[in-house]
Design a protein. Structure first.
Length: 247
């Protein structure tokens, strides 16, 4: 028998020391042995660790205010909202009327109807012109729409012709946009492309005319009337329906 001072360990020569259980980590450590621990399996990523940026396929435009949902259902929790006019990254995944987006680094869902692949057009100006509204006196609502929209989009124009003379001008259904440079072509095309919102029925510029009734014919040449003003080389003439614009 061996007795060690200051210790409570007694070892008999005829008693072998029992082997420490393999699952007793402390005992195994004392015996300078490694416990059996598996390191082959890695922890599965949590949803918060989803690398959503790697799933982005495209960008879409927000054309109406939208609520950001956790899942693709109205009953799913609303986590945020996005105002009209911005853009969102999309993953390319859809579920019925829902589109998956990446919001703050995580996959979320929004109503597809509020998104568009095409950039929406800039809203037309509707505020009174910074140059003043004296020219609007006596003009019809559609003609006022044209004046304000052109004034906002083309601030380089400083002169307009309103209600004067006879015909369409006398009834307030026409306005002259005084310009002779190539910017007039842009203005003429602007009025033509927004005819529905502005209530435009006819545009004349540089001896060419376009009308809603014959829109399929595009710009049609006009006969020579004898001068720059008569042939509309120094102004764009816009006639309106009066009060039918949707803008």
């Amino acid at each position: 028998m061996l007795v060690m001072a200051g210790a409570a360990v007694v070892v008999h020569d005829d008693d072998p020391v029992s082997a420490a259980p393999r699952d007793d980590i402390i005992t195994a450590a004392l015996l300078d042995d490694e416990p059996d621990v598996s390191r082959s399996a890695e922890r599965a990523p949590l949803p918060s660790e989803f690398k959503a940026e790697e799933q982005v396929k495209d960008t879409m435009f927000v054309v109406a205010p939208i609520e950001v949902h956790a899942g693709s259902a109205d009953s799913s929790p609303v986590l945020a909202s996005i105002d009209e006019g911005g853009t969102v990254d999309v993953t390319g995944k859809t579920d019925g009327d829902w589109t998956q987006i990446v919001h703050k680094g995580l996959p979320r869902w929004v109503a597809t109807k509020s998104l568009s692949a095409q950039e929406p057009p800039e809203p037309l100006g509707t505020a009174p012109c910074a140059l003043g509204s004296a020219v609007e006196s006596g003009l019809q609502p559609d003609t006022i729409r044209v004046h304000r929209a052109v004034c906002a989009a083309f601030p380089q124009v400083t002169r307009y012709g309103g209600r004067s003379g006879g015909g369409e001008h006398a009834s307030g259904r026409a306005i002259d946009i005084m310009i002779s440079s190539d910017s007039g072509t842009q203005i003429a095309e602007f009025a033509r492309s927004h005819w529905r919102e502005l209530g435009v029925s006819q545009v004349i510029w540089r001896q060419h005319i376009w009308t809603v009734q014959r829109s399929g014919d595009g710009w049609r040449p006009m006969s020579d009337r004898g001068g720059a003003t008569a042939n509309h080389y120094d102004h764009v003439h816009v006639t309106t329906f009066g009060s039918s614009g949707t803008g």
